[in-house]
Write a protein that binds this ligand. Structure first.
Ligand code: PMP
Length: 429
């Protein structure tokens, strides 16, 4: 493409594309994916524990036995049998739902997109935890919604902070549409909303006329065998619930879902049809067979055992190697540890030097809409082996030691490259 025609295209772009920027992080991750780098960056499930041969046989049987349906267009809402099975999956977390109110989507990422699309006009406010999931922030930005962050502590979202944020928006005359929350094994913070706070958060939102968008891809991945009750379980009218097979089965199939009050679900189906016609029938039927014929709960247990062991390896290594003044969260499940570095560090500025030292992470700024998070970073323990995790943390500690030396010598952190908020990508997701 010539420079001229590129210019012309850029002038034609819709305003909503202004927030869609590739960040410097993206370029770095191309290097971070080299085998010699220990990547503690991506949130990729450890698929090696899947029964790949039996799944291959099942996929073959699906084509042979039901190919004319599986390879055809399908319903915009998703196949009925899978929607029934999804209701059984959600029942594990106390949700009683009708399959009519479930819509299958291309990953829960698509459900995030469609929910934002039907609720948010430019300038509307979405409340979200501080920090929040980078992929959701990218979607909210794409619809020109403004994110107002709400503080968390080790027990998740703080009700008083939620109150204060809602009040501040009211005083400023701003229209708040949604609270976006990840109650279980938060991405990136690694914390879980306490049982006591769940009804309080739901009530605050109900009273304020704000819908809750409950994003729960990690809910079944708790290490203590205890299932947390979904917010949706006790508030079916005000909570829109998002689920996914990406973390409990396989993200490559791109199958997630949304459970919404009836009227909202109808609007979502129209939006889904406009965006994709229908979610992939083959993938839905494969998952349906998987849930019917395989020990899927046993598979989740295997995932949990692997991740629990790796979490232990990461926490142990952080304890051994991190410089004084560094703190981190202690996740009870999921994929992530959230690290806060001592004063003076800049995790985004440091990333190129970390990658040179053959370790990668996601800088904290990616998880804030407002530029905060410079002293923070997300480490994931889902994919590398325990040995690699320990090695990665050791390398990271070496980088931090060098930074400390520089700060002692020059009295400041080394200059900061232009690292904006990350666009969602498989590396940061
Ligand atoms: N929500 C959260 C909190 C996530 O961590 C992710 C994936 N990293 C998603 C949604 C999207 O998941 P998927 O589209 O694969 O279902």
């Amino acid at each position: 493409m010539t420079g001229n025609s590129l210019d012309q295209h850029m002038q034609r772009y819709a305003q909503r594309t202004n927030g869609m920027r590739a960040s410097a992080i993206r370029a770095l991750f191309a290097v971070a994916n080299r085998p010699e780098v220990v990547s503690l960056a991506g949130g990729m499930p450890y698929l090696k524990s899947l029964p790949l041969e039996s799944l291959a046989a099942e996929a073959g049987a699906l084509v042979a036995e039901e190919g004319l349906v599986a390879l055809q267009y399908g319903s915009g809402q998703g196949i009925p049998q899978l929607r029934e099975q999804i209701c059984q999956v959600m029942a594990l977390e106390g949700i009683s739902a009708h399959p009519d109110d479930v819509m299958v989507t291309v990953g829960s990422q698509m459900a995030l997109d469609l929910t934002t699309r039907i609720f948010c006009d430019p300038g509307d406010v979405i409340l979200a935890e501080a920090p929040s999931y980078v992929g959701a922030l990218g979607t909210f930005r794409a619809y020109q919604a403004d994110v107002v962050h709400v503080a968390m502590d080790d027990d998740g979202l703080i009700p008083e902070a939620l109150f204060a944020a809602i009040d501040a928006c009211a005083v400023a005359g701003r229209r708040v549409k949604l609270l976006y929350t990840i109650p279980n094994f938060h991405n990136p913070a690694g914390v879980t909303l306490s049982d006591e706070r769940r009804p309080i958060i739901a009530e605050i939102c109900r009273e304020a006329g704000i819908a809750v968008l409950e994003d729960n891809p990690y809910g079944l991945l708790g290490f203590d065998d205890r299932l947390r009750r979904a917010l949706r379980a006790d508030d079916p009218d005000n909570v829109i619930y998002l689920g996914s097979f990406s973390k409990t089965f396989a993200p490559g199939l791109r199958v997630g879902w949304v459970l919404a009050p009836h009227a909202v679900r109808e609007k979502l189906v129209l939006a889904n049809e406009a965006a994709t016609l229908n979610p992939p029938v083959f993938n839905q039927m494969l998952i349906s067979r998987y849930l019917a014929k395989f020990d899927w709960l046993g598979q989740i247990k295997a995932y949990r055992n692997t991740y629990a062991e790796r979490r232990d390896a990461m926490l142990g290594a952080l304890q051994t190697h991190m410089p004084e003044g560094t703190t981190w969260t202690d996740p009870d499940g999921g994929f992530y540890v959230w690290v806060t570095l001592p004063e003076g560090f800049d995790a985004a500025a440091m990333l190129p030097r970390a990658v040179t030292a053959r370790v990668a992470y996601v800088p904290g700024t990616a998880f804030y809409a407002d530029g905060l998070g410079s002293r923070q970073l997300r480490l994931s323990y889902c994919f590398p082996t325990s040995e690699r995790i320990v090695e990665g943390v050791r390398r990271l500690a070496g980088v931090l030691d060098n930074e400390l030396d520089v700060m002692r010598t020059f009295g400041t952190s080394v200059s900061r490259p232009a690292v904006g908020p990350a666009s969602p990508s498989p590396d940061t997701a």
